[in-house]
Design a protein around this ligand. Sequence first.
Ligand SMILES: [Zn+2]
Length: 458
Amino acid sequence: MGNKTNNYTVLARKWRPQNFEDVIGQEHVTTTLQNAIKMGRVGQGYLFIGTRGVGKTTIARIMSKALNCLSTDSPNPNPCGVCENCIAIRDGRCLDVMEIDGASNRGIEEIRRLRDSVAIAPVSARHKIYIIDEVHMLTREAFNALLKTLEEPPSHVKFFFATTEPHKIPATILSRVQKFELRRVEYNVLLDYLNKIAKDEKVKIDEGALSAIAIAGNGSVRDALSVFDQVLALSDDNITEKKVVELLGWTDREIYLELNDAIVKQDAARALEAIGKVVKTGHDPTQFILGLLRFMRNLLLFKSIPNAESVIEEPVDFLEKLKNAADNYTSQQLLYSIDVLLEVLPRLESTEAKQVLLEITILKLLHARKRVSLDEVFSRLAALETGSPLVEKERAAIYQAKPSVEHNKNVSEAAVAENKEDEKKKKKEALFNKAKNEPIVKQAFELFPGSKIIEVEE
Ligand SMILES: [Zn+2]
């Protein structure tokens, strides 16, 4: 396979898009740019905004080729890729396309040099192009010098700026460029792309492994490909999800399911056993908690929005398991669990007693599963009083609470009238005892001291 030979090219370079059509997940930008070229309305300056690895400089390079492609007499929205200019730009050796790293050339001297060179006509291309990456890193003086050039640039000059932090760019610069916001690449789009690459590179890799790589990419094509490269370097056949998860230092999804099952069943011994397994196998505790946080967050999404499946970035078969797991919680319980996990993260870094901290955290989650919020107690009490069908199964008891003396008096009288048969009475007593031990009833007693159960129903 390719990665075993000496001339192995990293995937990010090999698969770097050479055409607008090849750019992943940024159609809203590439289509607009192509239309501008077709209509001969290419601006003087562009600013590409977006997180790392979403294609900002890639698009700037394709733009450079489009403007200078020799296969047509004027700029070409579909650069040929084979003419002298297209090849020189692709290989980074075109004298008229300058790529400047704003982080290391941020001073006024560098920008003055740039200003001087702007006036000189291009050597072999139609347009002289300046691509400044991380442009927000320029100093204030450098921005001022740049502004003078941007105000009256020679017609053969184009500026392509890229930034992750547009708010650090002066308004005077922003107002002179066309702005394009690149999106974080969606999980499904990234997954399709990785599938295509795997097929093309003839890599034997399972769906779960590709999914893990897509998740690790976290919206960035470059990051996903870099993980893919690491995976290929480790193993060259039959790449499984387990191998990728190990490489990333993540915890197997199944462990989260097992842990969750123990929490739901309030089985502390099993939950702690799962933690022991995580620690023994050398998992990074922080990665483990981050994974658990992701798990709980996904459960909360299932509780909070319709069609959560479409926004949760997990493999299809795992989504179903998540959905089932979510049924065991209330949103309140999940919010509380997530709070517990967020609190433990910074503490994990600063303690030697990581295992103890993990164990305590899991016990807190077990407790969280039992938690009933005050809101919930109130709404359930209200529902019990009005006989809402929603809580039919919880209508085992009617409480004599202060706000409803009148109502309960009526119920009480009715109950006395009904209680003539002994058998019925015994049955009621059994139900009464059962109801007394219900968590919701216990909480109600805490809430309204002196309350008592005066009637039970089947
Ligand atoms: Zn060309």
